[in-house]
Design a protein around this ligand. Structure first.
Ligand code: FE2
Length: 279
């Protein structure tokens, strides 16, 4: 299967158009998207409204167009810059069969490719916390005191410590995943990259990925893991993929000026993978 993976499109229309063009020129059959898909919002309630509108007016038609271009599988997760309040809009489109929201139980891309998804990232300096969780069970530090989250009747400000301590950790979540065994190939689309790799470097060179995700990869060794979140990492580290034991892990990064994505054939991934900007 010829697959295209990209992340962190942040609502940039030129990126969505570039993705459509790539799908046509490379004869892509399946598209995977790794979160932070909606326009970045500084404001709270109006920000959520703007993102919902983007899903309705832009993302839905984009997904239909992919279908018209012959894409038979579109799988996606949200990311920490997407409001959880936009999720019901995605679920409506998912019910129409336009794509699959990737979760902690597998969706089958074809008879041997099982795809999982995980949107949560460890605490960031940003205030919206819908898709943030403590990384490991022993973590007690949070970057802020007051943060905000989406609830049924809108956006609510909340104490960071109370919030983080009352939801599960990334480590706890991933401990319960049941991975299908050989001969099935497993793809995990996870917004956060694994910690301490070439895939999680900030512009100052520091690592900002998830330790729990790194442990999960080492323990379960999925066939392929696809990440995003840290846009600058491939530029800083000079690498967009890394072998972690038997797993190939990828973070194509993202830029505003040029659309970053990877394309590969699932029958020979390491031989066929290329990056739209860094190759
Ligand atoms: Fe992100």
């Amino acid at each position: 299967v010829k697959i295209c993976y990209a992340s962190d499109l942040h609502g940039h229309l030129h990126h969505y158009q570039a993705l459509l063009a790539l799908v046509q020129s490379e004869k892509i059959e399946a598209v995977l998207l790794g979160g932070d898909l909606l326009p970045h919002q500084e404001r709270r309630d109006s920000g959520l409204r703007e993102q919902i509108r983007f899903v309705q007016e832009t993302f839905g038609p984009f997904a239909s167009e992919l279908r018209n271009h012959g894409i038979r599988f579109l799988g996606l997760i949200l990311g920490n810059d997407d409001f959880a309040g936009a999720l019901p809009e995605f679920q409506k489109l998912e019910k129409q069969g336009l794509f699959s929201l990737l979760r902690d139980s597998p969706v089958f891309l074809d008879s041997e490719l099982a795809v999982f998804g995980y949107p949560f990232v460890p605490p960031t300096p940003f205030l919206l916390k819908d898709f943030e969780k403590r990384d490991r069970n022993t973590d007690t530090d949070f970057p802020q005191r007051r943060v905000f989250i989406t609830e049924e009747n809108g956006i609510r400000e909340i104490d960071a410590k109370t919030f983080f301590e009352t939801r599960s950790t990334i480590e706890q979540d991933l401990a319960s995943w049941e991975m299908p065994s050989f001969p099935c190939k497993t793809i995990c689309v996870m917004h956060s990259p694994p910690f301490g790799t070439f895939l999680d470097r900030l512009s100052n060179g520091q690592c900002a990925g998830s330790r729990a995700i790194m442990e999960f990869i080492s323990r379960t060794q999925p066939w392929l893991t696809l990440h995003g979140h840290i846009h600058e990492s491939p530029q800083v580290s000079g690498k967009y993929f890394q072998k972690i034991e038997n797993t190939l892990s990828v973070n194509p990064g993202q830029r505003v000026d040029r659309f970053c994505a990877v394309v590969f054939d699932s029958t020979a991934i390491e031989k066929t993978i290329f990056h739209t900007v860094y190759d």
